[in-house]
Design a protein around this ligand. Structure first.
Ligand SMILES: Cc1cc2nc3c(=O)[nH]c(=O)nc-3n(C[C@H](O)[C@H](O)[C@H](O)COP(=O)(O)O)c2cc1C
Length: 316
C-alpha cells in the first residue's frame, strides 16, 4: 500500500497507518510502541466525558501521557453537546493535540445512553458535538461505523455531516452496529464516504494481515488504514506496512513494555495490562499454551518477566 504522511492542521502525522483506540489496551506504553513501529497516530482508549466531569480518578489515569509522546490524541465518549464541549476545552485535555469523538461504540449501555454509535441516529446532536469540540481550534476527528443495521447504512451521508460540522478526519469502522466486531467490512460504504468528502478518510475493521490492509486500501480508496485487534496480536504490522525498520524481537518488546508500564503505573495495573497484551501476542506462537496458566498466576513483575522469557523466547 502507498505510505504517506497526513497533514491535520499544523500536525504532520508520520504515516497513514493508525492504531485504533482499544479500551484496556491503548495506554501510554502501547501507544509509544505503536509509534515506534511506524504508526502515524495512536489514540487513547475511549474516555467518558461524564466521568471526566466528575474528575473520576480511574478515568483521569486513562489520560496519562508524557512529552515523549510526540502526537497526542484522546478519544472522548459522550452524548451531551454541552458536556462534550466543556470537556474538550477543559485543562484535563490540554496536553492533547487531537480530540477524537467516539461515534461507533456498539455496547448496549453506551447506546442506550445516547452515546457512541447512537449518535449516528441523531445527526443533529452529533453535529452539535463536533461543532462544540471544535470551538477551541484543536484538531477534531471522528470514529464511526457504517450505520446501525446492515439494512440501514448511511456512511456517506454521515461523513458529509461530519465534514460540514468541522471534523478534520473521519475513521470508518466498516461494520454496522449490529455486526459488533464480526463479519467482513463493507468496503463499498467506506468507498462511498471517501468519495463524498474531502477530509482524510481512514478505514478500519477486519484487518488481520498486510494483505487485508492492502485490500482495504484498494477497495475503498481510503487515505489510510487502522488496524485494531491485529495491532495487539502483531505490533510489527506497523513496521511491516510502513517499512519503518524494526530489529526488536517480541521478547524485547514485551520486556520494554513491562519496564515502561511499571515505571508509570502501579503493579496491579501493570500485570493486568501485560497479561492481556501477552495473551494477544502469543496467539500465533507455537507451543505457548502450556504457559498460559503461569502467565495468569504470575503475581509479581519478576515472575512475569520469567514467564515472558519462556513464551517469547526467539522461535527456532
Ligand atoms: C477490546 C476492544 C476495545 C475497544 N475499544 C474501543 C475504544 O475505546 N474506542 C473505539 O472507538 N473503538 C474501540 N474498539 C473498536 C476498535 O477500535 C475497532 O474499531 C474494531 O475492533 C474493529 O477493528 P478490527 O476488526 O481490526 O479489530 C474496541 C474493540 C475491542 C475489541
Amino acid at each position: 500500500m502507498e505510505i504517506r504522511k497526513i497533514r491535520l492542521g499544523s500536525l504532520l502525522l508520520p504515516s497513514n497507518v493508525f492504531m485504533a483506540p482499544l479500551a484496556g489496551y491503548t495506554c501510554y506504553p502501547f501507544r509509544m510502541l505503536a509509534y515506534e513501529m511506524g504508526a502515524g497516530l495512536c489514540y487513547t482508549e475511549m474516555v467518558s466525558a461524564n466521568a471526566l466531569k466528575y474528575k473520576d480518578r480511574a478515568t483521569k489515569r486513562l489520560l496519562f501521557t508524557t512529552k515523549e509522546e510526540k502526537i497526542r490524541a484522546v478519544q472522548l465518549l459522550g452524548g451531551i453537546p454541552a458536556v462534550m464541549e466543556q470537556m474538550a476545552a477543559s485543562e484535563l485535555l490540554e496536553d492533547f493535540d487531537i480530540i477524537d469523538i467516539n461515534m461507533g461504540c456498539p455496547v448496549p449501555n453506551v447506546f442506550k445512553s445516547g452515546e457512541g454509535s447512537a449518535l449516528m441516529l441523531d445527526q443533529k446532536r452529533a453535529s452539535a458535538i463536533i461543532r462544540g469540540c471544535k470551538k477551541r481550534g484543536k484538531v477534531v476527528t471522528i470514529k464511526c461505523r457504517t450505520g446501525i443495521r446492515e439494512d440501514q447504512m448511511f456512511t456517506a451521508e454521515f461523513a458529509r455531516m461530519c465534514e460540514a460540522s468541522g471534523a478534520d478526519l473521519i475513521t470508518i469502522h466498516g461494520r454496522s452496529r449490529s455486526m459488533m466486531y464480526d463479519g467482513k467490512p463493507y468496503y463499498q460504504e467506506i468507498e462511498q464516504a471517501k468519495a463524498a468528502v474531502s477530509i482524510p478518510v481512514i478505514a478500519n475493521g477486519g484487518i488481520f494481515s498486510v494483505e487485508d490492509a492492502e485490500q482495504m486500501m484498494e477497495r475503498t480508496g481510503a487515505d489510510g488504514v487502522m488496524p485494531a485487534r491485529y495491532g495487539l496480536e502483531n505490533p510489527f504490522i506497523f513496521s511491516e506496512l510502513t517499512g519503518k525498520p524494526c530489529i526488536k524481537t517480541a521478547l524485547q518488546i514485551m520486556t520494554e513494555q513491562l519496564q515502561l508500564t511499571s515505571t508509570y503505573y502501579d503493579e496491579t495495573f501493570t500485570l493486568a495490562y501485560m497479561r492481556k497484551l501477552a495473551a494477544y501476542m502469543m496467539k500465533k506462537r507455537r507451543g505457548t499454551k502450556r504457559y498460559k496458566e503461569r502467565l495468569y498466576k504470575s503475581g509479581s513483575l519478576e515472575e512475569f518477566q520469567e514467564v515472558i522469557e519462556l513464551i517469547f523466547a526467539p522461535e527456532t
